[in-house]
Design a binder for this molecule. Structure first.
Ligand code: GLU
Length: 488
């Protein structure tokens, strides 16, 4: 049987990294087994539906490099892949349950349920439905429905006994019916099914072989297992992934840091780094290796290497992965990432016009950039000429001496055809040696004259990509600035 797995998000907010981890593991499992990974939108909770969230979901998955073989946008043999477009199917299956006496109409009003809850709370009893409508006769139920009275459809869960289901990671699990919520709603009065019913129907019809999802769904697993049994359907294999926690061991939340994929993107993460970090949330290859590309993961991922204990999202480690992936990406890919980031998040098209220069500076950028949003600070002096040089005169020096050093620097460069790194390096060293001056004392004012800052990419490669004319011009302007200063 070939593997068919899915990612089935409910579009209610921005794509969470925990969800991306679920999508990733399903995707990797499908790819490693030459199976199918499909996308299904579970949008039956209309009160929480958010159309922007659907867009964000596609963007997040694409950004991460996770592609799907079937889905709402590309179709497939079991479509439509959006639950709100499959209502007839859910009605049909609910009808089966009604006819078999495994579900019933409940006409209790929201007000009554609210009253009931208050009474139960006041009496210190567990809250939940009191099964009032479960004993309605079929005739009465049909008549009231025909009369247009609003109703929901509830599962008529067995009153005693239990159900067993096997989880591929957690082993066999037994759920006593008395511990499950009382007769959960399967179909709401707004004509939409609840997630519980809809996903069972869809996982059956869409021939899902494995449901790989987070452990937060474990509490509903007993109901899901019962639904498959009640509908006489074979359940898929279930596997519940360990929860994703924050560094303090609590459920991951905003106070820990970024939680949505969009936040990580904006912060300047490479998709490769986030994917690498997420792959290790509950999975490991061996003790020695943690650095992986998506391609490698696709080849080596196995469910056997998943672990049960909760996974902690370590932001420091993610940062480390970002640094590593920035170091290792191919030049073209990295350059594209840099420029793309500036365009999309910093509104800068500039990178395109200085691509050749940035490419030359890549080795130096790789060493310094931790997040993509930092690139612009290093390269902006390519197009931004310094206009003021407040830090150019060091404590040990004065405007006159500084101007002199710059004039000397100009002389050292004037006759060159191009300001080549090695030539500059040699000339400045030789001059410093024979004049008993420290190289740093010459290069710092020169760096500030050309780049405008004390901390910058290495001066000589930067000067090379700026070109001789621009370099001389900037040094000239700095000298003018210093001479004006001397006069005032
Ligand atoms: N729609 C559910 C969610 O939002 C999917 C749970 C499942 O994978 O069965 O997470």
């Amino acid at each position: 049987m070939s593997v068919r797995v899915r990612y089935a998000p409910s579009p209610t907010g921005l794509q969470h990294v925990g969800g991306l981890r679920t999508a990733l593991f399903n995707y990797l499992f499908a790819r490693a087994n030459h199976g199918v990974f499909y996308l299904r939108i579970e949008d039956t909770d209309r009160s929480r539906y958010n159309p922007d969230s659907e867009k964000d979901l596609y963007q997040s998955l694409r950004w991460a490099g996770i592609s799907w073989d079937e889905g709402p946008d590309i179709g497939g043999p079991y479509g439509p892949y959006v639950q709100s477009q499959r209502l007839d199917l859910y009605r049909r299956y609910t009808q089966r349950l009604l006819e078999a006496g495994k579900a019933y109409r409940c006409f209790c009003s929201p007000q009554r349920l609210e009253e009931l809850r208050k009474q139960q709370e006041a009496a210190g009893q567990p809250t939940g439905y009191d099964r009032r409508c479960r004993s309605l006769s079929a005739d009465e139920s049909n008549a009231r429905a025909a009369n247009g009275e609003p109703f929901v459809i509830r599962a008529a869960l067995p009153l005693e006994g239990s159900i067993m289901i096997h989880d591929l990671l957690l082993g066999s699990m037994e759920f006593a019916f008395k511990d499950l919520p009382v007769d959960p709603v399967l179909f709401k009065s707004d004509g939409f099914p609840t997630y519980h019913l809809a996903h069972v129907v869809d996982d059956h019809l869409m021939q899902t072989t494995h449901v790989i999802r987070s452990q937060e769904w474990l509490s509903s697993l007993g109901l899901h297992a019962w639904l498959f049994e009640a509908l006489d359907l074979k359940p898929p294999h279930y596997l519940h992934l360990p929860l994703v926690l924050g560094p303090d061991g609590q459920k991951l939340s905003k106070r820990h840091g970024a939680t949505s994929v969009r936040q990580f993107v904006e912060q300047g993460f490479l998709p490769q780094a986030l994917v690498n970090g997420l792959a290790l949330l509950g999975w490991s290859y061996d003790d020695s290796r943690e650095y992986f590309s998506l391609n490698e993961l696709e080849a080596i991922f196995t469910l056997e290497k998943l672990n049960k204990s909760p996974a902690v999202l370590d932001y420091k480690k993610l940062e480390h992965f970002n640094t590593l992936h920035i170091k290792n990406l191919a030049d073209d890919v990295l350059l594209e990432e840099f420029c793309q980031y500036m365009k999309e998040h910093q509104n800068l098209d500039r990178c395109d016009t200085v691509k050749a220069q940035v490419r030359y500076l890549l080795p130096h950028l790789r060493e310094r950039v931790v997040y993509l949003n930092q690139v612009v600070d290093w390269i902006a002096p390519l197009w931004e000429r310094p206009e003021e040089w407040p830090e150019i005169v060091t404590k040990k020096s004065n405007p006159e001496k500084t101007a002199q050093l710059l004039r000397m620097s100009l002389e050292l460069m004037q006759d060159l055809e191009q300001v080549e790194e090695e030539v500059l390096e040699r000339r400045f060293r030789e001059w410093c040696d024979s004049n008993d001056v420290k190289l740093g004392d010459v290069l710092m004012p020169l760096r500030i004259a050309i780049i405008g800052k004390k901390v910058s990419l290495p001066l000589f490669p930067f000067a090379k990509v700026l070109g001789k004319e621009e370099v001389l011009r900037r040094v000239g302007c700095a000298i003018d600035f210093l001479t004006d200063k001397e006069r005032t």
